[in-house]
Design a protein around this ligand. Structure first.
Ligand code: A2P
Length: 305
């Protein structure tokens, strides 16, 4: 597998990055420091993960120059109308003056040989404006306007924001965005569909906490054959897809080190692994997320159907 994926901005985004969703303050500092010291060149966080400050502490403790790794964070749902203030806050929390990528509900940042810090990329975390505390939908706010403020920020502050992208966008949402976007998103960070040259970042490649995938017979069989852990098989499955990069999350040193080892899978193995997906997947759904039908999200009660 290639070690990086080229974005439509021309920047290279590393194939494997450290995921930090659910990595708690107290543990995430060390995970980030350990990962950067052991070869990782991409760190992914989000304002919503409530660990940006601690991620920043880990970055600083690693001693790795800002220009030597890619940093991503994400615009939180209640900040759709305050993208600029949210960007500044994330930069401050992370102790950086630029991002490689910032997404709608998510921001990603990439370093380019400077010791300054910033978002390499900013992502919109979800196409779902919410009230403070993410208690419910914020009616009357269109996520398309959020994208327009992100475009404005990107154009006004290229030194702070090196790329913008989206997260959790379905093809339908992307079509609507592309119909009026001036800047085509560099990345769509999702549970997983590549389209139109937009790089896909796969989160939760292992199936998140207590994943049944790690003990699935197909995964363990292929792992044994290659003499690696089941996690390496699942991470490699994503890393071997063209135009895709992957963010395994761990706060455990041995796992962080282990997960960076990508293996080549045969076509037959890839097919066997992809067939598992027909029965198992995570669907984003939060009990407070009722009333999103008009935005295209299923309510939780429909999500398990
Ligand atoms: P921990 O962070 O305590 O090490 P995903 O990336 O799919 O969201 O999965 C993250 C979950 O998988 C976390 O619970 C993480 O635990 C666990 N995990 C990470 N790496 C491995 C591994 N190599 N083997 C088993 N579990 C792992």
């Amino acid at each position: 597998a290639s070690t990086s994926v080229k974005l439509n901005t021309g920047a290279e985004m590393p194939t494997v990055g450290l995921g930090t969703w659910k990595s708690a303050p107290g543990a995430v500092e060390h995970a980030v420091e350990f990962a950067l010291k052991h070869g990782y060149k991409s760190i992914d966080t989000a304002a919503a993960y409530q660990n940006e400050t601690e991620v920043g502490v880990g970055i600083k403790a690693s001693g790795v120059a800002r220009g030597d790794f890619f940093l991503t964070t994400k615009l939180d749902n209640p900040d759709h109308e305050n993208a600029e203030a949210a960007l500044e806050k994330s930069l401050k929390n992370l102790g950086t003056d630029y991002l490689d990528l910032c997404a709608f509900l998510s921001v990603i940042a990439i370093g380019k040989g400077s010791s300054r810090t910033a978002w390499n990329i900013g992502l919109m975390h979800w196409p779902a404006p919410m009230t403070p505390g993410s208690k419910g939908p914020l009616h009357g706010v269109d996520w398309l306007d959020t994208w327009k403020s992100m475009e404005k920020l990107y154009k006004a502050h290229p030194e702070k924001l090196r790329a913008i992208g989206v997260s959790n966008f379905s093809v339908e949402f992307l079509e609507r965005l592309l119909a009026s976007a001036e800047v085509v998103p560099a990345v769509n960070q999702i549970e997983l569909h590549p389209a139109r040259g937009i790089v896909v970042t796969a989160y939760s490649p292992l199936g998140s906490d207590n994943s049944p995938l790690l003990t699935h017979e197909v995964v363990t069989k292929i792992a044994a054959k290659h003499n690696v852990q089941p996690a390496n098989v699942l991470i490699s499955l994503q890393a071997n897809r063209p135009g895709v990069n992957v963010l395994p999350k761990s706060v455990t040193n041995s796992r962080i080190a282990n997960n960076f080892n990508i293996i080549d899978l045969s076509e037959e193995e890839i097919k066997e692994l992809n067939d598992i997906d027909k029965t198992l997947h995570f669907r984003a759904c939060h009990p407070s997320w009722t009333g999103f039908g008009s935005l295209g999200f299923p309510d939780c009660k429909d999500a398990d159907k």
